[in-house]
Ligand binder design. Structure first.
Ligand SMILES: Cc1cc2nc3c(=O)[nH]c(=O)nc-3n(C[C@H](O)[C@H](O)[C@H](O)COP(=O)(O)O)c2cc1C
Length: 214
């Protein structure tokens, strides 16, 4: 089946993209308005984009009425936010915070989450998230009904239990992060992994040589 995206509605394109490009990591984004009203919401159009500068990207889609989501307007207003990663234990709370609460309601309180001050940004971070990244807006790219936000990570907090601080080994599996799958509410766990070392060209050639001779 070949779909010409020019003939589809944005909702139809979303269905195809969102249910195929999976699993997607979830950025649980804390921000605040210039007046200091806090906000928390999950976004799975999210990934790391590089390490120098250390960038993450978010795709923030406008609401059906064309208005920016609170997260987008806060980031554009203040230039600061915190991206948390979501463990399975925190998934029910994350789900509460995706509600379309009015701008003057802080979803952090709705989900009864504790916060602690951040190191470099005014937005507090969630106390219980396994990873929290304090970000400064690097670039905002308006793209039709999406605002693509590039954030520079200023501080990376990870709970002590999940890091060998000397070797910078992260206990990735221990973090128990969940990822967004398809449909309205499907998520994935990281409990079915396999290891596939990267081939080195010289070794690969040598191996092929041996096989063809043998
Ligand atoms: C797991 C999950 C992932 C989501 N990913 C996105 C996303 O990538 N982009 C987006 O605009 N909305 C996404 N949403 C919807 C927003 O979280 C939702 O619109 C929220 O109310 C926005 O809050 P805000 O207005 O406080 O920023 C997602 C929701 C969930 C539950």
């Amino acid at each position: 089946m070949d779909f010409d995206f020019a003939t589809l509605t944005p909702q139809e394109r979303y269905k195809l993209l969102g249910s195929s490009i999976t699993p997607r990591p979830i950025a649980w984004v804390a921000s605040q308005s210039a007046a200091g009203v806090g906000n928390l919401a999950p976004f799975s159009f999210f990934n790391a984009m590089g390490a120098n500068p250390p960038l993450i990207a978010l795709g923030l889609i406008t609401r059906a009425d064309g208005q920016l989501k609170d997260t987008a307007s806060n980031i554009l207003e203040t230039g600061e936010f915190v991206v948390h990663l979501v463990s399975e234990a925190l998934a029910p709370a994350m789900n509460i915070t995706c509600m379309d609460a009015p701008a003057d309601i802080d979803e952090t309180a709705l989900a009864e989450l504790k916060t602690v001050p951040s190191s470099a940004v005014a937005v507090p971070r969630l106390a219980d998230a396994p990873v929290a990244m304090e970000c400064r807006l690097y670039q905002a790219i308006p793209a039709g009904s999406t605002t693509i936000v590039l954030g520079e990570v200023l501080h990376f907090h990870i709970q002590d239990a999940y890091i060998d601080a000397e070797k910078l080994y992260v206990d990735t599996v221990g973090l128990d992060l969940v990822a967004r799958m398809h449909g309205g509410g499907w998520y994935a766990r990281q409990s079915d992994l396999f290891d596939m070392p990267r081939p080195v060209y010289e070794d690969w050639q040598a191996q092929r040589g041996k096989t063809s001779q043998g």
